[in-house]
Structure formats: structure tokens, C-alpha cells
Design a protein around this ligand. Structure first.
Ligand code: NDP
Length: 271
């Protein structure tokens, strides 16, 4: 359920998965205003929906309307994917799981030192998932201090294995030596291929993995700069595809083909 996402390419992506696997299912985009959310969820229950996705501002408001939450959705405090399990509607967060799946294709975050820019919804989802699978240290670099500190508090769920710290973002940030993974989880770069993240590019080293959650355009300035310095890079499209893959798995029990889904997404985005 979204507040206004007509022509959303994720619809094309999920429906491509259904077609590819011969599933006679539909993924329908519906605009639900905040005041109608409770009725929307009641309607989905009554009509036997197997689940649905939610976008802002519904990701937090939906929580009291559900019967339970997955572990990471509870820690993140937001739900982007609802799954019917038996008679219950359970809230999951597939944003961070989608990121993690992409990351794990090129690098195992266990025991790694991570620097993450941002402390909003995407950042919370990403940080919780990499923390749950055993990242060693997460430095949260954010412009707004209260948001950054709140995320660091959230990341105290397993202090024996995970350490987290907040750094206030003023001017170009220099990555500490020993950084393994750098993540832009801010909206800097969204719809602006030239937008610059305040980062000292000389501190990027070829052994680092650099990931961006921004998916449009996929080749953000950060991704281009990091590739030019020999870093392995990960664009935001992989995260978007994989959150869709996980949603389809949750709802249908089928493991969908990510290649068919990415192709449909790219086509719908005109890439
Ligand atoms: P939020 O509004 O919740 O958070 C935005 C974050 O970006 C905050 O940390 C904010 O800092 C920071 N920020 C924004 N502008 C600036 C700036 N000029 N300078 C410094 N910091 C800035 O957004 P979301 O977390 O929901 O989304 C972030 C991005 O993630 C979006 O581009 C979205 O499209 C993408 N996304 C991608 C997904 C995917 O599947 N690839 C899934 C979900 C999101 P502050 O706290 O100081 O305001």
C-alpha cells in the first residue's frame, strides 16, 4: 500500500516474477491515505491477501494494526512487508534483508568494520541486518545528531559482538584505516547523478566495498568515484530487486528468479 506511487516499477518487477514462475497471482498498487490505513489493513485481511508492501508514512503506523513482527522489523521499528502466516498478519522489514543479500554476493559482513552515512529508515534497516549477521563495528555518520544517536542505541542489541558509534557529519569525512565496507544510506544522489557525498575520496582504498542504497540513478557519483579508485561497488538496484525477491518468497513460498525481476525493473525504469 502506498500513498501515491502510480506507475511504480516495483509492480512490474514483482509481476514479472509471478509470470516467470507461472504463478496466477497479482501485485496491485493501491493508494491509501494515512487516515485509511486501518481500513486498508482490515480490507486486506477480509479479502485474504497473502501480504502487501508499504511505503512511507505507513511503515511505522501499520505496526499496531498487525499481529506480530519479525525480529529485524521489531528492532528497526518499521515494516515494509506484511506476510499472512496462518490467520496472522506479520510485519517484516525486507529493505535491510535485500541489502544484505546483495552485499553477501560480494562480501561477508561478519567481523567487518562498517562506515554508514545516514540514520533514516533505509539506514536503520541496513544497519540492523548487518549487525544481526555479525558485523563487528558500525560507525554511523549523520548530519542530524539525535537521529544518529538513536540508531546507535538501536544497535546495542548484541554488545558482545557488535560495537556502534556515532560521528557527527561536518565537512568531508575521512574514512578510518581498517574500514572494510562503506555504505551511503542517505538520499544524497537520488535523481541527481552529480550530487556529492561529503567524503574525503583519498581515504577510499581498493580493498573496500562501497555500497549505495540509492537506486535511481544506479551509477551514483559515489559509486563512480569508488570504482575509479579500485573499490568493489554495489548499487541500490540490487537491494531493490532483493527486497522484492524476499517478499515474493515470503508470500508464495517460491524462490523467484532475480534476473527476470531485475530485467523487468530496469525496463520499467527506462535503464
Ligand atoms: P529518510 O528521509 O528516512 O533518511 C534520509 C537520510 O539522508 C537521513 O540520514 C538524512 O540526514 C540524510 N540526508 C538527506 N539529505 C542529506 C544531505 N543533504 N546531507 C546530509 N545528509 C542528508 O530516507 P530513507 O532512509 O527512507 O531513504 C534514503 C534513501 O534510501 C533514499 O534515496 C531511498 O530511495 C533509498 N532507499 C533505497 C531502497 C532500495 O531498495 N534500494 C529501499 C529504501 C530506501 P538527517 O538525519 O540529518 O536528515
Amino acid at each position: 500500500m502506498s500513498q501515491g506511487a502510480a506507475g511504480n516499477p516495483t509492480v512490474a518487477m514483482v509481476e514479472a516474477a509471478f509470470q516467470h514462475h507461472g504463478l496466477h497471482w497479482r501485485y496491485v498498487n493501491m493508494e491509501v491515505p494515512p487516515a485509511g490505513l486501518a481500513d486498508g489493513v482490515r480490507g486486506a485481511r477480509a479479502m485474504g491477501f497473502r501480504g502487501f508492501n508499504l511505503s512511507m508514512p505507513h511503515k511505522v503506523a501499520v505496526i499496531p494494526l498487525l499481529d506480530g513482527l519479525g525480529e529485524s522489523a521489531m528492532l528497526i521499528g518499521a515494516v515494509n512487508c506484511v506476510v499472512r502466516r496462518g490467520e496472522q498478519l506479520i510485519g517484516e522489514n525486507t529493505d535491510g534483508k535485500g541489502f544484505l543479500k546483495s552485499l553477501q554476493e560480494i562480501c561477508d559482513p561478519r567481523g567487518k568494520n562498517i562506515v554508514m552515512f545516514g540514520a533514516g529508515g533505509a539506514a536503520r534497516a541496513v544497519a540492523v541486518e548487518v549487525g544481526l549477521v555479525g558485523a563487528k563495528h558500525i560507525t554511523v555518520v549523520n548530519r542530524s545528531e539525535p537521529r544518529g544517536r538513536e540508531l546507535v542505541e538501536t544497535l546495542r542489541f548484541n554488545p558482545e559482538t557488535l560495537d556502534a558509534e556515532f560521528v557527527s557529519w561536518h565537512g568531508d569525512y575521512t574514512l578510518p584505516a581498517g574500514t572494510d565496507i562503506v555504505i551511503n544510506a542517505t538520499s544524497i544522489g537520488l535523481y541527481d547523478a552529480d550530487a556529492r557525498l561529503a567524503l574525503n575520496l583519498d581515504s577510499l582504498k581498493p580493498n573496500m566495498v562501497v555500497a549505495d542504497v540509492v537506486f535511481s540513478p544506479p551509477q551514483t557519483r559515489l559509486i563512480r568515484d569508488a570504482a575509479a579508485r579500485g573499490c568493489r561497488t554495489l548499487d541500490g538496484l540490487g537491494m531493490l530487486v532483493n527486497q522484492g525477491v524476499i517478499g515474493v518468497q515470503y508470500w508464495t513460498g517460491v524462490n523467484p528468479d532475480p534476473v527476470a525481476m531485475r530485467r523487468a525493473l530496469e525496463e520499467a525504469m527506462g535503464l
